[in-house]
Design a protein around this ligand. Structure first.
Ligand code: ADP
Length: 265
C-alpha cells in the first residue's frame, strides 16, 4: 500500500508544483492521473521515486517513508518501484534481453552488472516476461530495431524484472498511435491485475484513461480536484480539472494504421 500525506513540492524557482497531496493506493489498484499540462502529474510521479525531492509531506510504501531515506536506503527502496517511461528509456544499442535484464541491476552485484553476467534465474525470468509481453522471439534483437509499441513492451518487461511492489508509469502511450496505445494500456492493466500490483499511470488521454482505469485522480495547479471512478467524470468535473482546455484532444483517429512491427520487418 502506498500512502501519501501532505505532499508538496516547490521548486527552487519558486514554482509550486504540488500542494497538500493526500493519496492512498491499495494493493492491486490501478490509478490514472489526469490533468492539464503543468498540473503536477510528472512531479507527483517523480516525487514518489525521489527523482524529484519533495519539500513537504510523507510518502510511505509499506514500512518505509520514502521522503526521509538516505541515498543508500533509497537505492534499496527504489527496487520496489518499477518505472515505465514515455520515451521508453531503453539502451538502444543493447539487445531486448539485455534491456530487460538491466531491470535487475539493483539486485546483482557491481561485478556482475559490470561484466553483464546475470544469474540463470534472472535470465529465465526475463524470458518469461518477454513471453508475457509478446516479444519472446525478439530477445536477441537490438532495441533500436523495434517499433514504438515493441519498445514500450520492453520497457514494461524491464520494469517487471525488478519484481516491483508499485509501478509508476509516466505517459506510456504519448509517443504511440491510438491502436497501439490501447494495446499497451491493456497489457499494463492486465499484468497489474495478474500480479495484484498497484500502479499510478500518468495519462494525458482522458477517453483512454476512462476505458482502462478503475480510479481517476484529477490534478489542477498542483492540487487534487477529482478522485473517483471514471463514470463520475462529467462536464463539471472535467471543467474543474481542465478548466477550459480541450480534454478530448488525443482520443479520435481510429483510422490510424497499426504501427506494431512496422520497423522490425
Ligand atoms: P504535468 O506533468 O502535469 O504536465 P509537471 O509536473 O511537469 O506537470 O509540472 C508542474 C509545475 O511544476 C509546472 O508549473 C512546471 O512549470 C513546474 N516545474 C516542473 N519541473 C520544474 C523544474 N525542474 N523547475 C521549476 N519548475 C518546474
Amino acid at each position: 500500500m502506498l500512502q501519501i500525506r501532505g505532499l508538496g513540492k516547490t521548486f527552487a524557482t519558486g514554482d509550486q508544483a504540488l500542494a497538500g497531496i493526500d493519496l492512498e493506493v491499495p494493493r492491486g489498484q490501478i490509478l490514472g492521473l489526469i490533468g492539464p499540462s503543468g498540473a503536477g502529474k510528472s512531479t507527483l510521479i517523480r516525487c514518489i521515486n525521489r527523482l524529484v525531492e519533495p519539500t513537504q509531506g510523507s510518502i510511505r510504501l509499506g514500512d518505509a517513508n520514502l521522503v526521509t531515506l538516505s541515498s543508500r536506503q533509497l537505492r534499496y527502496q527504489r527496487r520496489r518501484i518499477g518505472m515505465i517511461f514515455q520515451e521508453y528509456s531503453l539502451v538502444e544499442r543493447l539487445t531486448v534481453m539485455e534491456n530487460v535484464l538491466s531491470g535487475r541491476l539493483g539486485y546483482v552485484s557491481f561485478w556482475r552488472s559490470w561484466s553483464r553476467r546475470f544469474p540463470p534465474d534472472d535470465v529465465a525470468r526475463a524470458f518469461q516476461l518477454l513471453d508475457r509481453v509478446g516479444l519472446y522471439d525478439k530477445a536477441n534483437n537490438r532495441a533500436d530495431a523495434l517499433s514504438g509499441g515493441q519498445r514500450q513492451r520492453v520497457g514494461i518487461a524491464r520494469a517487471l524484472a525488478q519484481n516491483p511492489e508499485l509501478l509508476l508509469v509516466d505517459e506510456p502511450t504519448a509517443s504511440l498511435d491510438p491502436r497501439t496505445s490501447r494495446q499497451i494500456m491493456r497489457l499494463i492493466t492486465e499484468i497489474c491485475a495478474e500480479q495484484d500490483l498497484p500502479a499510478i499511470i500518468n495519462i494525458h488521454d482522458v477517453p483512454l484513461a476512462q476505458q482502462f482505469m478503475q480510479r481517476l485522480v484529477g490534478l489542477h495547479a498542483g492540487k487534487i480536484v477529482f478522485d473517483g471512478p471514471p463514470d463520475e467524470l462529467n462536464e463539471d468535473t472535467l471543467t474543474a480539472i481542465y478548466g477550459e482546455e480541450d480534454w478530448n484532444s488525443n482520443s479520435a483517429d481510429e483510422e490510424a494504421p497499426e504501427a506494431e512491427g512496422a520497423l522490425s520487418a
